[in-house]
Design a protein. Structure first.
Length: 199
């Protein structure tokens, strides 16, 4: 019974975050009120307050949920041998995580000032640096370090740059992943003989 209650609470919390993100994307974070979020959900403001007291709380909750897979990926990567295969698998898994997080990534892109004000950018930046540490060799030449950090930026920027391009979303995701993997392969001597998509 208690588990079902928690599950329902979790589902409601997720619905609030999803609807809030929709509204933030439609009309901007600053112009969206808690009242509008409650109306879109067809619940009272008091019901919304039960889960979140402020818009900032909603946004922090969204970032926590999005950050969890990144944190888990970093923990996994830190337990693996520091090989090229591991690095390519990190990129594959990160590509999968980005595919499910595209609404929040779009929000981050469109609302950079808000993100900075709320200090959520700092946690994201730390995760990005930790991911970069998984990809590069500590004593690598500067050009190879740049290739590795560029691989991560390619995954972010590439996702936005080609979202309106013609074609199947999965094919576009694989194309971005392939370019990112090529950068990491180049940073590690350029020789690798497996299918980049790994699928």
């Amino acid at each position: 019974m208690e588990a079902t209650k928690q599950q329902r609470r979790g589902n409601t919390r997720q619905r609030i975050q999803d609807v809030a993100l929709e509204l933030f994307a439609e009309q901007g974070y600053e112009k969206t009120s808690l009242r509008e979020i409650a109306e879109r959900l067809d619940v009272t403001k008091a019901a919304l307050y039960y889960h979140f007291k402020t818009k900032e709380d909603i946004l922090h909750g969204i970032f926590e949920d999005v950050g969890r897979p990144m944190t888990e990926l970093i923990e996994w990567g830190n337990q693996q041998p520091h090989t090229l295969e591991t690095k390519l698998e990190v990129l594959r898994r990160y590509s999968d995580a980005l595919a499910t997080a595209s609404p929040i990534m779009r929000f981050m892109q469109d609302n950079q000032a808000t993100i900075k004000e709320l200090n959520t950018a700092e946690a994201f930046r730390h995760r990005m640096l930790a991911l970069n540490d998984l990809l590069k060799e500590p004593d690598a030449p500067l050009v190879d370090q740049v290739r590795c950090i560029s691989a991560l930026f390619t995954m972010h920027a590439g996702t936005f740059a080609i979202k309106d391009a013609e074609g199947d979303p999965e094919d576009k995701r694989k194309a971005v992943l392939e370019v990112a993997m090529d950068l990491v392969i180049q940073a590690h001597g350029g020789e690798h003989r497996t299918d980049h998509s790994g699928r």
